[in-house]
Design a protein around this ligand. Structure first.
Ligand code: F6R
Length: 624
């Protein structure tokens, strides 16, 4: 939420910062702005609305002075304090015009800080919490006399951060500190890019991946100063800190649309590769499953007597699917909880509880807070995450990275399938460590998992009918989804995609629950998407959903049935049939989810929406 970029080097900063913002726009698109330091001036430009509005403003800038600076910061906003207007757009300036600041997060004590500053005669130019920081920095800079330039700016930032409460990533530039950008982070993402004679700061590496793939992880409560000469990191008290370097294993092309209209289409197409990459190299020489970072012993895992999966949105749905496999393979009770609710109901957690936190971004605040709550209660935490070096894996006892590559569309697609693959590997690992499954049994499930990329490829090759159907259905007001067993979370996921992209009423139900109320929603012609399990798996499951399809059809529903290629039993009850390849019951979501992603993407397109940047949303939700 909110994208942040900073650059210090020898090249013109403006273009680098604006290009970085373009790659971060998925994090928020309520406004965009930049501030640049030239040899003599601090210049800013900002506009409400998408980045295109800022582009236009910059293009109309007659004298082009702003293009000259070689130090710059940029921000793309998802509004929290203050509406999405020009005046609330970042950067914010101190009253004396000396300092410009951008911010991601929420400064929780901003009201008292603002009152103090106003009492001191400061007049605020915006309704944001961020503006306080600009005024506080300027005030601190006036009091620092023993240092000057970049060092003074870093010291001022440390002093200000010690007064702030809440979550923040902050970047600032100062007219009196040429060549430098200072950054700080607490509970909000910030990574450092290390180039040749230039340095970068950003919410994530995609902002600078075109310039360098060498990055540094920043820890909690740290201040970083970048200049063309290098990077200096300290904690908030000024103690030097050694940052962990890492190399990004994908390049700039991975973060481009590659000929597609939407990132979402590209990411749907990338799913076979993303799942294959997540599974690659996971089986060790003795047939054991390999996680990425494990700070837990096998005995810790053998002691686990309860599992909680915590996650939000699509990642939560991945957890709901995984529960079926984890319980089936490990025989450990597994609960799946919305991360935003978890800590408020005082869950029973102890040393023998394993909490699995699933997050594509690794920065979702609700999930992070659930994780921290679990750790306070001494539970063990295992993260499933797509973003190297992000906060959730850093704070976990063990990590399995999904190797999905960058996901830029706000709606999660490849993250979901790779999270499923990762959860299944974790389930197999636990079963193996606890002696419930032998290496050959694990190997046979891994083989089935490895056949999923081909199966997904087959589904993708047969989506023309779904695209046509999407256009036909695009004028509907409501769409319902039903499923049983692992098909139930798939139904929830199908409905979520449609809500967030097509802005229409869509709901997912456990098919057996319909008769307890929701069946009253069915009217003549109501489209109902039915996710049908394999007839070859648990026959009873299949028969039951066929009955449910008949029930809705008898009440006028138009049925859209997703079923295996040789499932003839559904044919008489399907107004529209979507075929998927035969898969083992537990793995069916790898193929049944894909048509629902395509359906939502196409329906949103047909309704004229921006698929990659749906209204009111942003990716990587770093506020609670
Ligand atoms: C929906 C979607 C969101 C995310 C959720 C969690 O398409 O993308 O529901 O799944 O915000 O995000 P991560 O996985 O980054 O924690």
């Amino acid at each position: 939420m909110c994208g942040i970029v900073g650059y210090a080097g020898a090249r013109p900063a403006l273009q680098i910062v604006v290009d970085g913002l373009r790659r971060l726009e998925y994090r928020g698109y309520d406004s965009a702005g930049v501030a640049v330091l030239t040899e003599t001036e601090l210049l800013i430009a900002k506009r409400a609305g998408k980045l295109a509005n800022l582009d236009r403003a910059l293009a109309e800038d007659a004298d082009g002075r702003i293009a000259a600076g070689s130090v710059g910061i940029g921000h793309t906003r998802w509004a929290t304090h203050g509406g999405p207007t020009d005046r609330n757009a970042h950067p914010h300036l101190s009253q004396d015009g000396r300092v410009a600041v951008i911010h991601n997060g929420i400064i929780e004590n901003f009201a008292s800080l603002r009152t103090q500053l106003e009492a001191e005669g400061i007049e605020f130019a915006s309704d944001t919490d961020t503006e306080c920081v600009a005024h506080l920095l300027a005030a601190e800079l006036r009091t620092i006399s023993n240092t000057s330039g970049p060092a003074a700016l870093a010291e001022a930032m440390r002093r200000v951060c010690r007064r702030l409460e809440g979550a923040f990533t902050l970047l600032a530039i100062d007219k009196e500190a040429p060549g430098a950008v200072v950054g700080a982070r607490r509970n909000s993402p910030l990574v450092v890019g290390v180039g040749d004679g230039e340095s970068f700061l950003a919410s994530d590496v995609s902002a600078f991946i075109a310039h360098t793939r060498d990055a540094l992880e920043l820890g909690q409560d740290q201040v970083v100063l970048i200049t063309p000469e290098g990077v200096e990191i300290t904690d908030f008290d000024g103690k030097p800190v050694e940052a962990k370097p890492y190399h990004v294993d994908w390049d700039a092309r991975a973060a481009e649309k590659g000929g597609h209209d939407w990132f979402m289409q590209k990411e749907i197409e990338e799913q076979p590769q993303a799942v294959a990459d997540t599974l690659r190299g996971r089986v060790g020489t003795t047939g054991n499953i390999l996680l990425d970072e494990v700070r837990l012993t096998d005995q810790d895992l053998r002691d686990v007597d309860k599992i909680f999966v915590v996650a939000c949105g699509t990642a939560y749905h991945a957890g709901l699917v995984a529960k079926y496999a984890i319980e089936h393979w490990t025989r450990i009770p597994c609960e799946v909880e919305l991360a935003s609710e978890f800590r408020y109901r005082d869950p029973v957690l102890d040393r023998s509880t394993l909490v699995i936190a699933i997050s594509q971004s690794g920065e979702t605040m609700d999930t992070l807070m659930a994780l921290r709550h679990a750790k306070e209660q001494k539970a063990r935490v295992l993260a499933i995450c797509n973003t190297n070096g992000s906060t959730i894996p850093r704070e976990s006892d063990a990590v399995l990275y999904t190797h999905g590559g960058p996901e830029i569309a706000v709606a999660s697609t490849k993250a979901f399938l790779t999270q499923l693959a990762a959860c299944y590997l974790v389930g197999l690992h636990l079963a193996q460590v606890r002696g419930i499954k032998y290496a050959d049994e694990v190997a046979s499930v891994v083989e089935q998992l490895r056949s999923m990329p081909d199966a997904i490829e087959k589904v993708l090759a047969s989506m023309d009918g779904v695209r046509e159907l999407a256009r036909e259905l695009s004028s509907q007001n409501t769409l319902l989804f039903i499923g049983r067993h692992v098909g139930y979370p798939v139904a929830l996921e199908g409905a979520l995609k449609l809500k967030e992209l097509a802005y229409m009423h869509a709901e997912g139900f456990a098919a057996g629950e319909l008769k307890h109320g929701p069946i009253a929603l069915i009217d003549q012609g109501t489209p109902v998407v039915c996710v049908v399990p394999s007839p070859a798996g648990r026959g009873v499951l299949h028969d039951k959903i066929v009955s449910n399809i008949q029930e809705v059809r008898a009440r006028g529903a138009r049925t859209i049935v997703i079923a295996e290629e040789d499932d003839e039993a559904v044919v008489p009850y399907a107004d529209h049939l979507i075929r998927v390849p035969r898969t083992p019951t537990l793995l069916a979501p790898f193929v049944t989810t894909v048509p629902l992603q395509v359906l939502a993407c196409e329906m949103a397109t047909a309704r004229g929406h921006d698929v990659d940047q749906p209204r009111n949303l942003a990716k990587s939700v770093t506020v609670e």
